[in-house]
Design a protein around this ligand. Structure first.
Ligand SMILES: C[S@@+](CC[C@H](N)C(=O)[O-])C[C@H]1O[C@@H](n2cnc3c(N)ncnc32)[C@H](O)[C@@H]1O
Length: 208
C-alpha cells in the first residue's frame, strides 16, 4: 500500500489523533474529511482546487482507497491522505475540534429498516462528527437516494444541526457551483441513470 494510505492496525490505531497537522501534513491548514470516499474522486478533486487545505478520504475498502491514493501520488497531491477505518471509530482517529469540514458523498443508503443504525447520518454517527468537527464546522451531504436524504434531514434536525442548505436537485439549484462540478464515481453512475442529486449543508452547533 502507498504511504499516503494510513491503515489502521493494532500497532498504529489512532496514530495521528490530534497530530494530523503537525505530524502528517506538516502544516497548520484546515482539515477536510470525505467519509465513505471510495476511490477518492472528491478528495482528489477538492485537493486540486484547494492547495491550502488538507484532505483525508476515509473508507474501509482498501482497494478503492489504493486507487485514489495512486492518483494523488501521481499528481503530487501531498495534501491528500487516505485513512482505512470503520467509520464507527472515527472519533478515535481525530481529536475533538480537529476537523474543519466534512463531506459525505453518496453513502450506502441502507434502505432496510433493520439497517437504520448503519446509515452514516444516524444519531450515533452524528454525535461523533459533532465531537471531531470544530464549532460552526460544516457537514455536507450529497446523495441520489431520496429516502436516505429525507432520513438524514430528519436526523440532523432532531440532533440540533441547523440546515443551511437543502436541495433535491443540486445541479439545477443556486448552489450548483458550491460542489465545484466534481462528480464521484457513484454520482456519475446514478446521475446517468436519471436520478437527481440531493445536497444538504448543516452546521455543527456547539459551544466553542
Ligand atoms: C456507495 S459508496 C460511495 C463511494 C464514493 N463516495 C462515491 O461517491 O463514488 C459508499 C462507500 O462507503 C464506504 N462505507 C460504508 N459504510 C462504511 C463504514 N461504516 N466505514 C467505512 N466505510 C464505509 C463503502 O466502503 C463505500 O466505499
Amino acid at each position: 500500500m502507498l504511504d499516503n494510505v494510513i491503515q489502521s492496525t493494532k500497532e498504529n490505531f489512532g496514530a495521528y489523533i490530534g497530530r494530523w497537522r503537525t505530524d502528517y501534513f506538516k502544516n497548520s491548514n484546515p482539515i477536510v474529511l470525505e467519509l465513505g470516499c471510495g476511490k477518492g474522486e472528491y478528495s482528489n478533486g477538492l485537493a486540486r482546487l484547494f492547495p491550502e487545505k488538507n484532505f483525508i478520504g476515509i473508507d474501509i475498502k482498501g482497494d478503492r482507497l489504493a486507487s485514489g491514493a495512486l492518483v494523488a501520488k501521481n499528481e503530487g497531491l501531498e495534501h491528500v491522505a487516505f485513512l482505512r477505518i470503520m467509520m464507527q471509530f472515527i472519533d478515535e482517529h481525530f481529536e475533538e475540534n480537529e476537523v474543519d469540514e466534512i463531506w459525505i458523498t453518496f453513502p450506502d443508503p441502507r434502505p432496510k429498516d433493520r439497517d437504520e443504525k448503519k446509515r452514516l447520518t444516524n444519531p450515533f454517527y452524528l454525535a461523533k462528527y459533532r465531537k471531531i468537527l470544530k464549532p460552526g464546522g460544516i457537514l455536507h451531504l450529497k446523495t441520489d437516494a431520496e429516502a436516505f436524504f429525507d432520513f438524514s434531514k430528519e436526523m440532523l434536525t432532531s440532533q440540533d444541526w441547523p440546515l443551511l442548505v437543502s436541495t433535491r436537485d443540486l445541479y439545477q439549484s443556486e448552489w450548483n457551483d458550491d460542489h465545484f462540478g466534481i462528480k464521484t464515481r457513484f454520482e456519475t453512475i446514478f446521475y446517468n441513470k436519471g436520478f437527481s442529486i440531493h445536497y444538504l449543508r448543516a452546521e455543527n452547533k456547539k459551544e466553542a
